[in-house]
Design a protein around this ligand. Structure first.
Ligand code: SF4
Length: 191
């Protein structure tokens, strides 16, 4: 049996201040989060996040523990340290100026979708990037350079032009921290 104190970000709108709500949950290690989380409003926050298709900060890391599994299906044991019988787990929206919080865990990905459309308009082939924003949230500068490269595979010039548009959208400048590639659920790499 695992017992977790789960802290979930709550924010009514982009302009209101947010806070963490706290829930006590328990279950077998393999119990999916949505099954252990009995509070209806908290469950709805998870489902709204999945409908919004954006990344989430899970214990400070901009990616669900297993990118192949929706957050709501994450086993309890994956929310705490390996082998622990429980502890605290934190779920909050990804943080970037150009990706403002819409509601609770979901952020506004409009800027990413505009960049994606621009890349397609300029003739870039379809990309498997899901515009989740994890790479941007992982970057200390909130740069979208990695995202732009994923939109324009094989064309560094097109990626650079797109990155300039991204900076005009409010994303930061790439300074080579290389945190982005560590969290990409689709496996894009820096080379
Ligand atoms: S490049 Fe990867 S991490 Fe970044 S938005 Fe696309 S899928 Fe998400």
């Amino acid at each position: 049996m695992i017992r977790i104190t789960l802290h979930i970000w709550s924010q009514a709108s982009p302009t209101e201040a947010g806070h963490f709500d706290r829930f006590q949950i328990e279950g077998e290690p393999q119990t999916p989060l949505q099954q252990a989380l009995l509070d209806e409003s908290a469950r709805e926050k998870l489902f709204a996040l999945e409908r919004a298709q954006c990344a989430v900060l899970c214990n400070g890391i901009p990616q669900a523990p297993d990118p192949e599994i929706p957050l709501s299906q994450t086993p309890l044991e994956d929310l705490v340290d390996p082998g622990a019988n429980g502890g605290d787990a934190w779920l909050e929206p990804i943080r970037a100026r150009a990706l403002p919080v819409l509601k609770d865990l979901a952020v506004d990905r409009s800027a990413l979708l505009r960049l994606q459309q621009k890349a397609r308009f300029d003739g870039a082939p379809e990309s498997s990037c899901i515009a989740c924003g994890a790479c941007i949230a992982a970057c200390p500068n909130a740069s979208a350079r990695f995202f732009c490269a994923a939109q324009s595979p094989g064309s560094p010039e097109a990626a650079k032009a797109l990155a300039q548009m991204a900076e005009a959208e409010g994303f930061g400048v790439c300074e080579g921290f290389a945190e982005c590639a560590l969290v990409c659920p689709k496996g894009f790499s820096l080379v």
